[in-house]
Design a protein around this ligand. Structure first.
Ligand code: MN
Length: 290
């Protein structure tokens, strides 16, 4: 039996009307490869859209993958990009970037996943950059298919930039098939719609099935799911607010620099306005952890 991970329900200060479903990190599952954060939200009506003012990131990549709705992204390296379902926005924060996001009026529903990838120590201070991909490869398995947004699966190779061995794909499940998984990766499959069975276990909507390194995946049913995988990522990191560092002192320095809004963080124009200050830090030393 594989581990079924239920999401933790989270209220975001920026979206108080809806619960965000966080698959990890949580005690039952810290990460999958270098994927260190997975939120799933919606589908919801646009009465409470996504309006996230300018905020920073360091040491990570953000992936936004929508199923319905449209989100405009703007950032401190000058990017302006509307993101639509089936397209990838990938932001490499490296030594530091800031961005804002606002859902677009028009589409009635908003449904998306947001993910973070931890950058390896050797690459975590790269210059920040942003990439958008609206042509992503699809691999078919009979009536089922996978659109690969990160890494590769079978013959499909994503053009997105990654810094450690990873895979990320949207699965359209219709009937039974075997996924050609990398045997050196651990994997997770998050179901976002329909009914999906993995290795004989039914996985409910919002649940994630975790597969250890080397485990196979026979998938059946009818629905939509996200496949994530990667080589186990053993670096010890400190994740606090929107930063990923290696020490408490590093987080403190980033927090102070952001809240001072100095030259380290170039400003940019957007439709949201303002910026989100970093909260108070806890009264304990943050320790790097696996
Ligand atoms: Mn962000």
């Amino acid at each position: 039996m594989s581990l079924i991970v239920k999401p933790r329900l989270v209220k975001l200060t920026t979206r108080t009307e809806v619960d965000i479903k966080r698959s990890f990190p949580q005690p039952a599952l810290r990460r999958i490869g270098a994927w260190v954060f997975l939120d799933h939200f919606g589908p919801t009506e646009q009465v409470d859209g996504m309006v996230v003012a300018n905020h920073p990131h360091t040491g990570l990549q953000t992936v936004t993958w929508p199923f319905a709705g449209e989100v405009e992204h703007r950032d401190s390296v000058g990017s302006v990009q509307v993101l639509r379902p089936g397209e990838l926005n990938l932001m490499t924060a490296g030594r530091g970037i800031s961005h804002s996001e606002i859902s677009q009026v028009g589409p009635k529903s908003l449904h998306a996943t947001q993910l973070w990838v931890a950058l390896p120590d050797a690459n975590r201070n790269v210059e920040p950059f942003f990439e958008h991909h609206d042509e992503l490869p699809v691999v078919s398995f009979g009536e089922s298919s996978a659109k690969v947004f990160i890494g590769s699966l079978g013959s499909a190779v994503s053009p997105a930039t990654v810094f450690s061995p990873l895979v990320g794909a949207e699965l359209q499940v219709s009937g039974e098939f075997s996924l050609p998984l990398n045997p050196s990766f651990e994997h997770g499959i998050l179901v976002v719609a329909g009914e999906v069975t993995v290795n004989g276990q039914t996985v409910g909507v919002d649940d994630l099935i975790y597969l250890e390194v080397g485990e196979k995946a026979v998938v059946s049913g009818a629905g939509t799911a996200i496949l994530l995988g990667g080589e186990p990522f053993d670096e010890h990191i400190v994740m606090w607010w929107n930063f990923i560092g290696r020490s408490h002192a590093e987080i403190v320095a980033w927090r102070e620099a952001w809240n001072a809004q100095g030259a380290d963080w170039p400003s940019f124009e957007d439709k949201v306005g303002g910026w989100i200050p970093a909260p108070e830090m806890p009264n304990v030393t943050l320790n790097p952890r696996r």
